[in-house]
Design a protein around this ligand. Structure first.
Ligand SMILES: [Zn+2]
Length: 324
């Protein structure tokens, strides 16, 4: 749960053992302050601003009808089921010719897959995540009204892709509507980002915790080195990416940092996720809210809220890329 990397200037790669510093503690404080500042700013103005989305669009039905039309996978840069097709040929398709992020590559990983439930043998297969073995993939959670996390993540991915492409970025999804019946496995999800040489990668999720637990959190990769996993080279940059996203997410959506983990920072560091352990590019996960909490569920099922969620994530990625 500890946050081990600084938000701002890159850390000294090798801290001298004889000179222990309190930087992680200080930086944690700065992060907390930064994230909460955004939240407090929202709290101060949210009532008169755009913070009433849950009331404006409380039903899942509205969310469904407001979801964007399915993108044609062929028209975008969706992952192919075959890693061998991930040769960069597709990633230039549809890339805008201009924009501040021209030439930058972002990989978006929509967590889970709506088809996973029908392929239990495939997704239960164990894959090597460096620190151990885990299921290839999982089905994800759902709201009490059965809005699946996999639908949420895919819709959010489409919205986020549009925003980043408007900034000139080249965007690749690890999977998309109709590209594959299940998965990809978590190791392949990481590999797709690696092979795309992504400047930033993000895996999109919503949590399935107990009612009353609410808020978002960004999951940062711990610095692990075991087997095929070595996140030491990307840990610091990933932490900057995550902090940037957390700050903009709280500001744009008004969603509070999780009240059930992360100590109110909206940031959690983990070393047990294959999608992070196997990444060689800066990468984070975001759990946008708790699908099993009624307040959060009203937001997660709102198309207008998902649009703001995409904007918050996009702004965090853009700020990270413009500083790196
Ligand atoms: Zn998930």
């Amino acid at each position: 749960m500890s946050y081990t990397g600084p938000e701002f200037p890159p850390p000294q790669p090798e801290r001298r053992p004889g000179r222990p510093r309190r930087a992680p503690v200080v930086v944690t404080g700065a992060l907390v302050a930064g994230a909460l500042l955004g939240w407090l700013a929202y709290e101060a103005v949210g009532a008169s601003g755009n913070g009433s989305d849950a009331q404006a669009d409380p039903t899942g039905a509205a969310a469904v009808t407001s979801a964007p039309a399915s993108h044609s996978p062929a028209a975008h840069t969706s992952a192919s089921p075959s890693p061998s097709a991930d040769d960069g040929k597709g990633k230039d398709a549809g890339t805008p010719a201009s924009g501040p992020l021209r030439g930058r590559v972002v990989v978006i990983d929509p967590g889970h897959n709506l088809g996973n439930a029908r392929y239990t043998a495939e997704i239960n297969r164990q894959v090597d995540i460096g620190t151990g073995h885990k299921e290839c993939d999982t089905t994800g959670t759902a709201t009490n009204d059965s809005y699946p996390e996999a639908s949420f993540t895919l819709d959010l991915a489409h919205r986020l892709r549009t925003l980043l492409e408007q900034q000139g970025a080249t965007v690749k999804l690890t999977h998309d509507t109709g590209t594959r019946p299940w998965g990809p496995c978590v190791d392949e999800r990481a590999r797709i980002g690696n092979e795309a040489h992504a400047d930033a990668a993000i895996s999109l999720h919503a949590d399935g915790s107990a009612p009353g637990n609410r808020g978002f959190h960004v999951i940062l990769p711990a610095a692990v080195h075991a087997g095929a996993a070595d996140t030491r080279p990307i840990a610091a940059a990933s932490h900057r990416l995550g902090a940037s996203i957390a700050g903009s997410f709280v500001r744009v959506t008004g969603e509070p940092p999780a009240n059930y983990l992360g100590g109110g920072t909206g940031l959690v560091t983990r070393g047990d996720l294959g999608g992070l352990n196997l990444s060689t590019v800066p990468k984070v996960f975001i759990e946008c809210g708790n699908m099993r909490d009624a307040t959060d569920a009203a937001r997660l099922t709102s198309g207008s809220w998902r649009q703001r969620a995409a904007e918050g994530i996009s702004e965090g990625i853009v700020a990270f890329l413009r500083e790196s």
